[in-house]
Design a binder for this molecule. Sequence first.
Ligand SMILES: [Zn+2]
Length: 224
Amino acid sequence: MTESRFGEVLDRAREGGRAVGAFTCYDLLGFEAVVRAAEPHRAPVVILVSPSSFTAEGGERLVRAFGAAAKSTSAEVLVQLDHARDARLIERAADCGVDTVMADGSKLPFAENLAFTRAVAGSMQPRGIGVEAELGRVEGHEDEAGETLSGAMTEPSQAEWFANESGADCLAVAVGNVHGCYSGTPNLDWRRLEEIRGVSPGPLSLHGASGLPEGDLRWAVSLG
Ligand SMILES: [Zn+2]
């Protein structure tokens, strides 16, 4: 298996007790803001492209532009197709040069999610493209800042098996985190996160972080 740059960046961050920020960008101005914030900290960043941006007019060109712009920064910048549920879309993004893809099978039953993720990992990793998976379901919409209740939580008992068998570089967890705005004070299930961390060998990711207080973010990173 070819090591992906995504996997390497995440492993390095983990060794240093840090997380890697991932930010949805819709144009080069948004990209510029993220990169300018990252450069002075020498922090690696992931630029997320949502499936709706990618499939919109000019979406492929946008991904190629991000990839080209990433080469002219001093920060380590990776471009990811976020929350992709369609293998053909993932293939198209790979052809446009993304560094990593999120194979989002979170709406599928466990076995189908595993099979989908495994298939994506099988086709992406030989090309050096990283893969993020999702177990449980982070509710809400990445492109719309609506109020959201949390979805199905990640089961720690499933996380170990999934992490080992899926071939994904990184596993997105649902521990009370949501995309968009939290309906009320966010209340993450820390115990669940600790349990998932305890059984999962690889990096974990926390979606919906922009609505969390800074203290929660720090605590989540400290828990891995
Ligand atoms: Zn997300």
